[in-house]
Design a protein around this ligand. Structure first.
Ligand code: SAM
Length: 192
């Protein structure tokens, strides 16, 4: 059993806010995207962001390595709710079961061991369609070894992702009060 599954089984889901990320909701309110675009949310937890994306018109898939997270995400999805699917799997190790138009990153990058960050960037490229986009909210805690969450900074994000993606724009998103000023949102397109 992986450590994440142990935490879910122990009821330790302190990261779960019970609602979608404010930065994602802000983006959904302003962004233009093709209705019905597919989007993958790796490390989806209980799926609040996945359901928000589906409500906005995406065909959204949540992926999580912890079976209890997937179970909880399905359980918290009202009957008849359309446009969402939750699957158990390892974003870093599994062969993609599909290609996606978008990937939405929120608190998965900071959850994995920092030594796996280049693998993470390679996985994003692997799961995305050739003309796909990465929409990411990164937790800008000071880099440390005492995670998760493991911190990062803008310089590291740009360095790690620029090899495979072109940065369209980045900005400080709306956030929860206790995370104000600690998040940075990025929109990337996959390099051709
Ligand atoms: C800090 S939690 C965040 C969950 C959710 N994004 C949220 O904000 O509530 C990190 C999540 O990533 C999942 N996770 C960690 N490594 C993963 C991997 N390699 N593949 C898929 N999910 C992973 C964990 O099981 C956990 O649900």
């Amino acid at each position: 059993m992986n450590n994440w599954e142990k935490m879910y089984r122990n009821g330790d889901t302190h990261w779960d806010k019970g609602e979608p990320s404010p930065g994602l909701l802000e983006w959904l309110g302003n962004a233009s995207f093709v209705e019905g675009s597919s989007i993958l949310v790796p490390g989806c937890g209980f799926g609040h962001d996945v359901r928000a994306l589906a409500r906005a018109g995406f065909k959204a898939v949540g992926l999580d390595v912890a079976p209890s997270a997937v179970f909880g995400a399905r359980e918290q999805t009202p009957a008849g709710f359309s446009g969402v699917e939750f699957r158990e799997g390892d974003f870093l190790k599994d062969e993609p079961f599909d290609g996606f138009d978008y990937i939405f990153e929120h608190t998965c990058f900071c959850a994995i061991d920092p030594s796996e960050r280049d693998v993470y960037a390679a996985s994003v490229a692997q799961w995305l369609n050739p003309d796909g986009f990465l929409l990411a909210i990164h937790y800008m805690l000071p880099p440390d070894e005492d995670g998760p969450p493991f911190g990062t900074n803008r310089e590291e994000i740009v360095r790690r992702f620029s090899r495979r993606f072109d940065l369209i724009t980045d900005w400080e998103p709306s956030s929860w009060e206790h995370r104000q000023g600690q998040e940075q949102m990025f929109l990337w397109s996959k390099k051709v």
